[in-house]
Ligand binder design. Sequence first.
Ligand code: PLP
Ligand code: COI
Length: 341
Amino acid sequence: MAKKDLDWGNLPFGYMKTDKRFVANFKDGAWDKGCMTDDDKVVITECAGVLQYAQTCFEGLKAYETADGRIVTFRPDLNASRMADSCRRLEMPVFPEDKFVQACLDVVKANIDWVPPYGSGATLYLRPYMFGSNAVIGVKPADEYQFRILCTPVGPYFKGGVKPIKVRISDLDRAAPHGTGDIKAGLNYAMSLYNIVDAHKCGYAENIYTDPASHTYIEETGGANILFVTKDGKLVTPKSNSILPSITRRSLVQVAKDYLHIEVEERQVNKNELADFAEIGLCGTAAVISPIGQIDDHGKSIMVPAGMDEIGPVLGKLRETLTGIQMGTVEAPKGWIYEIK
Ligand code: PLP
Ligand code: COI
């Protein structure tokens, strides 16, 4: 088979129906073995747990074509274990982590012609997700669940790719203290929708959330963790138990220390410190590393010294090294790359 005939260099970050998806069902206390299907439709009762009480969580990871023509994916084992954490917190049954990883590889293999070519700037985005599928009317967990993995080719999450974005400090919260900010629950995203629509209307690419208890410390944005670079070249990442433990961020911390010999600090970042950093950016599977050029905080604009034209030198080097690892031009730490073809 040949690659699909798509305009790979101009793909949006959007959904497109591909050939196959993985589906498994949980019933009578056990998962079935699951299968690959052509059917993109989900048929569930009108009273399903997911529809009534938002009992759903998801993951996001990507498959890449490497410089030498292999097809690989990046650290799917960490998505499996984070999804297991999400499931436990939402009273959902864990899909076995080894089977999760295998199903991700199988979905890529079944849609191999949809993996964007090396150098196109696009990637194949995988979206594993699970939801309560049987009828629930009292507030309680469902007894039956469906786990699916779909995939879709995507371009950059922010228009303009690596062009610095403008963001604002949000008035609203995405997570509660001791809430669900540290898991990938659908409900965290539902409650951010009003705020992201408003941010876009006001000319911002994202909202920066502060800690929900005191609104003093920087947490993350609606869809990515935040990275800071100090004027003396240290990488700083916010420490909080209400942000998502980003796989990209955890990988970059290791890349910074082991590949680039950059000092890393994980600590609380006060919002009054924002003007002191040399570079600021977002990181995540979808965002990769996206530089921030300007942060508006209630009438005050913080212009990040790295500027509005291009990514700064430290974040640029981190981005180049991480994408090099993902696309096979930089040697990966053991166990990070899973080869599909
Ligand atoms: N934070 C939020 C709220 C996210 O939705 C994501 C995306 O997955 C991230 C951070 C980045 O996490 P990862 O690097 O694992 O994709
Ligand atoms: C990801 O980066 O995989 C995410 O889930 C972020 C999402 C907002 C697209």
